[in-house]
Design a protein around this ligand. Structure first.
Ligand code: ADP
Ligand code: MG
Ligand code: MG
Length: 254
């Protein structure tokens, strides 16, 4: 089953063309890694998938589970099972993490025609899922990401993911700034949550994360396009050779 199909996608931000023809197909059960230098357009792609208003799609299409993703509002995308974990997670002081998570989970349940969870049932569900990220329950009472360390914010994202059970999870540089312990916890979480019905896109600059999460496909992005696709060995090759060959490939294509 195809979960996500991106065809000839072009997009701009502040009138500058950033995505210049992205093609990508993601099937259920697959993990895709998107690698590439800083500024190659990786985060722009994730923001377009999320429906961020600053990013304007100028051409191409995105189909998610058979429907036109671009026709959906950002909230509708999330309710339909698209989950975005951003490079810089949002802080929402004054809103407890527990309340925030409950609102998000209930919106998703409602959209799926399921009954909403009351505070007691939700508390039970959260406590069962805290284990996935080995998170201290104290974090539930604090403001969303308020004063969380980098590693705690990332764990919190994985907790959100464990609760929302997305069909498509997109993790943008979830590994940046993580020490080895946090990296392992986040990776374990992703590995536990991956199954035959969902798909994951991991956006990462380094191959380190891929020591812990085995991708089925590795894509290299440069200047707003996916210029190469391979298996896990491509990530190892990139680590050895760096991104120099990308410049040569681009120069050769010009
Ligand atoms: P990556 O995630 O691969 O590092 P980005 O998608 O963040 O790349 O950035 C791609 C290009 O788009 C960069 O040149 C960046 O400066 C530009 N860009 C991204 N977001 C904005 C924005 N909000 N305003 C202006 N330029 C942007
Ligand atoms: Mg960047
Ligand atoms: Mg980025």
């Amino acid at each position: 089953d195809v979960i996500l199909s991106i065809q000839d996608l072009t997009a701009e931000v502040e009138d500058a063309a950033i995505l210049k023809g992205v093609n990508l197909e993601v099937r259920a059960g697959e993990i895709h890694a998107i690698m590439g230098r800083n500024g190659s357009g990786k985060s722009t792609l994730s923001k377009v998938l999320a429906g961020h208003p600053a990013y304007r799609v100028t051409g191409g299409s995105i189909t998610y589970k058979g429907q036109d993703l671009l026709a959906l509002e950002p909230e509708e995308r999330s309710q339909a099972g698209v989950f975005l974990a951003f490079q810089y997670p949002l802080e929402i002081p004054g809103v407890s993490n527990l309340d925030f998570l409950r609102v998000a989970v209930n919106a998703r349940r409602k959209a799926a025609g399921q009954e909403e969870l009351d505070a007691f049932d939700f508390q039970e569900l959260v406590e069962a899922r805290l284990d996935v990220v080995k998170m201290n329950p104290d974090f539930l009472g604090r403001g969303v990401n308020e004063g969380f360390s980098g590693g705690e914010k990332k764990r919190n994202e994985i907790l959100q993911m464990a609760l929302l059970e997305p069909s498509l999870a997109i993790l943008d540089e979830t590994d940046s700034g993580l020490d080895i312990d946090a990296l392992r916890i986040v990776s374990d979480g992703v590995n536990q949550l991956t199954n035959a019905d969902n798909a994951t896109i991991l956006i990462t600059h380094y191959q380190r994360l891929l020591d812990y999460i085995k991708p089925d496909f590795v894509h290299v992005m440069a200047e707003g396009r996916i210029i190469r696709t391979g298996g896990p060995e491509l990530a190892l090759e990139l680590e050895e050779t760096g991104y120099e060959w990308v410049d040569q490939a681009l120069a050769g294509a010009a």
